[in-house]
Design a binder for this molecule. Structure first.
Ligand code: CUA
Length: 342
């Protein structure tokens, strides 16, 4: 091969490679990672992407060069010269991909192993933050997060301290859902009857969406919550304030949050602003429209949500599972909603 041809090949390859690199770099393909695991996954992604761009540049250069250089004249109907294989080339184009695929496998295996690695809580000195265990419960169509290390504190948003390894124990009470926080880089199915564990070590402060990523029914698209990554200090004071006192009377406000009502509804006394379901600040007007006394209307709407559905909202989105709430909880919730006060 002449020197000029090699220069041409390299030039075409450089242009193609640069073009592909710009597409990879300029478009924000991935969310900004917010966990150690996502950072490692991003590394694998860029490792593979770099290899792909190099191979793309090589192949594109050879193809474009050949199309131009070895183009047959329009009046040339003759057969091409007979060609036997080229052993040297074949060895090279088998060995290089084999080496690259092996490298990708090793890097991926190391990242997978590291991402699943969690410190084991020792029985001698149990520290609720090494790792922090959170029970994630999926249900049509909301998420509940329970903190067994903090007196089974329950929340409808996933609050996590920064730089603390977290073990999410994910399950479902009805159908299959899937837990996904794009910034954490991982998805895991929530399956009724089994508990799947996911390790997350958040390393960036902020609020990120929790998304259900398995079609689970009419309200699937609305099955969202938030993951709030906060400083350890803030997390501890939140956990301390929210910790349920054993035997203490459950407040309507706390029940509103722990049952996930604030995931779907607006209700000023609870500081809830979600817009999936009807606005509970307007319960009085809604009860009038339904023609039922206020307290009875609220109770029915919780226990048997499809009996009356506010116009403009789809049927079957509000879960029917609240009919199993203990009577004391139901009473407290009805009182809280009817009074608009604690
Ligand atoms: Cu739960 Cu989709």
């Amino acid at each position: 091969m002449r020197r000029g041809s090699i220069v041409q090949l390299v030039a075409i390859g450089a242009v193609c490679g640069a073009g592909a690199a710009l597409v990879a770099l300029l478009i924000p393909w991935l969310p900004h990672a917010a966990s150690e695991q996502a950072g490692r996954i991003d590394f694998v992604f860029w490792f593979v992407t770099t290899i792909c761009i190099a191979i793309f540049a090589l192949v594109a250069a050879v193809i474009l060069y050949s199309v131009v250089k070895f183009r047959a004249a329009p009046d040339d109907d003759s057969d091409g010269p007979p060609i036997h294989g080229h052993t040297g080339l074949e060895i090279v184009w088998t060995a290089i991909p084999a080496a690259l695929v092996t490298a990708i496998s090793i890097v991926s295996a190391v990242v997978l192993a590291k991402n699943e690695d969690l410190p084991h809580a020792s029985a001698a000195s149990p520290n609720p933050l090494r790792p922090l265990v959170v029970d994630v419960m999926a249900q049509q169509f909301f998420w509940t997060f329970k903190y067994p290390g903090f007196g089974n504190l329950t929340s409808s948003t996933l609050r996590l301290p920064i730089d603390v390894p977290v073990k999410l124990r994910i399950t479902s009470v009805d159908v299959t859902h899937s837990f996904f926080v794009p910034e954490f880089g991982q998805k895991l199915d929530a399956v009724p009857g089994s508990v799947n564990t996911l390790a997350v070590t958040p390393d960036r402060l902020g609020t990120f969406p929790v998304i259900c990523t398995e079609l689970c029914g009419l309200g699937h698209a609305l099955m969202r919550s938030q993951a709030q990554v906060m400083t350890s200090q803030k997390f501890r004071s939140w956990a301390k304030a929210g910790r349920q006192k054993p035997g203490g009377a459950a407040s309507g406000k706390a029940l509103f949050a722990s049952n996930g009502c604030d995931g779907c509804h607006t209700f000023k006394p609870a500081g809830a602003t979600a817009k999936v379901g009807p606005d509970l600040d307007k319960l009085r007007e809604e009860a009038q429209r339904a023609g039922v006394p206020l307290e009875q209307f609220i109770r029915e709407s919780i226990v048997n949500p499809n009996a009356y559905v506010e116009p403009g909202y789809p049927k079957g989105v509000m879960p029917g599972t609240f009919s199993t709430l203990p009577k004391a909880h139901l009473d407290a919730l009805v009182k809280f909603l009817a009074g608009g006060r604690r």
